[in-house]
Design a protein around this ligand. Structure first.
Ligand code: F6P
Length: 365
């Protein structure tokens, strides 16, 4: 039997926001209306809007003037998983599978396909919906750049730019005060932002989750620089960095969230450790959500536009349950089931690590 022709689609943004989400929404909506005359619906606040049936029609003009705007006009949520939806019951949290409700909401709205713009959590849920018979298409988002299957996610380039600008600014104050400055960037399980911003900003030490560090090695390195007359050092640490015999620094736990752990605070921990073992003055700066804001860079705008357009083209060609990816410089797609539950970490032999080592950057080991 021939696949049903797609006439109506819904689009949603899930997980943490990132620069370029609006550029994808714009490309999806404009391509769908302009080229294929589809009906387009926007789901509010990620999967939460699906659970609560909060959708609205999107017209061509609704996506005008949003290409350069950070955030998402649809809103997002990183705490709602329809297959394990947290409901407060007295003092306790109960988890319910409300995925059938979401399928019903889409069916009743006459929606033939759902475009899910998100990271690993959003794609894992999209893959579950695909198993239930929904036609879904994923678009890879996250500043962390850790989504499996794609060389790059949109948002990453902007976050690296923001982090690099911050490192550049920290550099001058570090040098004026002869201090060790630690810049903590985002990156829970993958250190892509720390690696790229660290290299771009000329960090002396880069700490990433993939390479657990030895505090003494950092201190030795900084003291050696000091002996050579370099009276300041810049350490860039991913929030998920941890010592060889230590744990990640958890700042809070969000009850009911699919991934309840929120990191943050490795910077001040390192500042204390390095101050103690070197006797040098240390300060820490946590960049946090600043990295998720702002206008997307031209690279992210173009990548996001390509991803959004490709998502519609693939759907109209009859493809479903795939993630649009950029692989070896080419736009293509891979099945969502291959993405679910995996993340793309930095390989120890990555060319950027080799380049950083070649210019004498320490990874704290
Ligand atoms: O996944 C993107 C990300 O920005 C991570 O780098 C960070 O750990 C997390 O989201 C923060 O989440 P929240 O917005 O809930 O604080």
């Amino acid at each position: 039997m021939a696949a049903k022709r797609i006439q109506s689609i819904a689009v949603m943004t899930g997980g943490g926001d990132c620069p370029g989400l609006n550029a994808v929404i714009r490309a999806v909506v404009k391509t769908a209306i302009n080229k294929y005359r589809l009906n387009v619906w926007g789901v509010r606040d990620g999967y939460l809007g699906l659970i609560e049936n909060r959708m609205e029609r999107l017209a061509y003009n609704d996506v005008s003037n949003i290409l350069t705007v950070g955030g998402t006009i649809l809103g997002t949520s990183n705490t709602a998983n329809p297959f394990r939806f947290a409901v407060q019951s007295g003092p306790r949290m109960q988890y319910k599978d409300v995925s059938d409700r979401c399928v019903r909401v889409l069916a009743e709205g006459g929606i033939d396909a759902l475009i899910c713009i998100g990271g690993d959590g959003t794609m894992a849920t999209a893959a579950e919906f695909a198993k239930k018979g929904l036609t879904v298409m994923g678009v890879p988002k996250t500043i962390d750049n850790d989504l499996y299957g794609t060389d790059v996610t949109f948002g990453f380039h902007t976050a690296v730019t923001t982090a690099t600008e911050a490192i550049d600014k920290v550099h001058t104050t570090a040098s004026s005060h002869h201090r060790i400055m630690i810049v903590e960037v985002m990156g829970r399980y993958a250190g892509w932002i720390a690696l790229y911003a660290g290299v771009a900003g000329g960090a002396d030490v880069i700490l990433i989750p993939e390479i657990p560090y030895e505090p003494q090695a950092i201190c030795d390195y900084v003291l050696e620089r000091s002996r050579r007359g370099k009276r300041f050092s810049i350490v860039v640490a991913a929030e998920g960095a941890r010592a060889k015999d230590g744990q990640m620094v958890v700042s809070k736990r969000i009850a009911g969230s699919p991934d309840p752990i929120r990191l943050g605070g490795i910077g001040p921990v390192l500042a204390d450790q390095i101050a103690e073992c070197t006797g040098l003055e240390c300060r820490a700066v946590i960049l946090g959500h600043v990295q998720r804001g702002g206008t997307p860079t031209p690279y992210d705008r173009t990548l996001a536009t390509n991803f959004g357009h490709t998502a519609i083209e693939l759907l109209m060609k009859g493809q479903k349950d795939h993630l649009v990816v950029l692989k070896d410089g080419r736009l293509s797609s891979i099945p969502l089931r291959r993405v679910a539950g995996r993340i793309k970490t930095v390989p120890h032999n990555h060319e950027m690590i080799r380049a950083a080592r070649a210019v004498n950057t320490s990874f704290g080991i």
